[in-house]
Ligand binder design. Structure first.
Ligand code: F6P
Length: 342
């Protein structure tokens, strides 16, 4: 058996750990070969690949990023996309694919499967917004990086009696913001799931500062939006894949806080730092577990599935179900976070 593997969408810590696990399971237990398609779906469209072996995957477990590259291209962006996918798979004698990706990549995988290609999906994203799995790998690492940053911002905020506004990733969901906000002891956390009222945010800060501590941390998910008609926010630019280029809401929030409260306010945008570097041990284990489980599904011929983490186990779910909608932050956790606001 010959299996193709690709990594699509934004990179994320743990991708290499999945690749290593897929290769190890294939070579050592299933007598299968693995071909890594380069730069996501683009490698499959243009027939660019590299043989992956236990020998050439040595040492990649703790490495961030992806050794086979990634992109946001997908077959349905091209009229002949599916023909090119079929041609490459036939030419390279690939029987099935392991598709490692987030919302965009796995939605494309669902359609590619419906077009008759044998494949299994693996959920990756620091955003943790894939449905039917309690966790995606990369999330734990991103939360840890954001929490470390917030811890550091606390001491400088306290020294200067400042408000620090920290922007974290999360275009549709506030998982990173909520977890890092709770872990880092944020004064207020703003998430895409609940449009915010800047007036209420400022009132909360004033209440806190009048009580005694004169420093605050406001965590803002990049996709957080004000309640309609309360603040002017610029429409973001769109990149070459049609994705909105987010980032910058924290500047609007910080300027408004300073203007309305008079408190000195500074901004930190964590950006791609959250996606870089070595995965936490939790993400390494989850990635490894997912990689092995994906190869087991391929060996069983159980295609059109996504491996998922549910109730302490890795299970298989329908890819179509997992990609039908996003997984939003639980209202219970948002309520828990609110207990500490101001
Ligand atoms: O989807 C993961 C993610 O990290 C989002 O949180 C973020 O909005 C986006 O990717 C950034 O994408 P890019 O790397 O293309 O700037």
């Amino acid at each position: 058996m010959r299996v193709g593997v690709l990594t699509g969408g934004g990179d994320c810590p743990g991708l290499n750990a999945v690749i290593r696990a897929v290769v190890r399971k294939a070579e050592r237990e299933l007598d299968a070969q693995v071909l890594g398609f380069l730069d996501g779906w683009s490698g499959l469209l243009d027939d660019r690949s590299v043989e992956l072996t236990v020998a050439n995957c040595r040492g990649i477990l703790p490495r961030g990023g992806t050794i086979i590259g990634t992109s946001r291209y997908q077959p349905f962006m091209f009229a002949d996309g599916m023909d090119r996918v079929r041609a490459t798979m036939a030419r390279r004698e690939v029987d099935a694919l392991v598709v490692i990706g987030g919302e965009g990549t796995l939605s494309a995988a669902t359609r590619v499967y419906e077009e008759g290609i044998a494949l299994v999906g693996v959920p990756k994203t620091i955003d943790n917004d894939i449905d039917c799995t309690e966790r995606t790998f990369g999330f734990d690492t991103a939360v840890q990086i954001a929490t470390d940053a917030i811890d550091r911002l606390h001491t400088t905020a306290e020294s200067h009696n400042r408000v620090m506004v920290v922007e974290v990733m999360g275009r549709h969901v506030g998982h990173i913001a909520t977890w890092a906000g709770i872990a880092g002891g944020a004064t207020v956390t703003l998430v895409p799931e609940e449009p915010f009222d800047i007036g209420e945010v400022c009132e909360a800060l004033i209440r806190r500062h009048e009580r005694g501590p004169y420093a605050s941390i406001v965590v803002v998910a990049e996709g957080a939006l004000p309640k309609e008609g309360t603040l002017d926010v610029k429409e973001p630019e769109v990149d070459q894949y049609g994705h909105k280029r987010l980032g910058g809401i924290c500047n609007v929030v910080a300027a408004e806080i300073e203007a309305r409260t008079g408190y000195e306010t500074r901004v930190t945008v964590l950006g791609h730092v959250q996606r870089g570097g070595t995965p936490t041990s939790l993400d390494r284990v989850l990635s490894t577990w997912f990689g092995v489980a994906a190869m087991e599904a391929i060996a069983d011929g159980d295609f059109g599935k996504m491996v998922a983490f549910q109730n302490g186990k890795v299970v298989r779910v329908e890819l179509a179900k997992a990609t039908a909608s996003l997984k939003y932050t639980s209202p219970e956790l948002l309520r828990t976070a609110r207990t500490f606001f101001a």
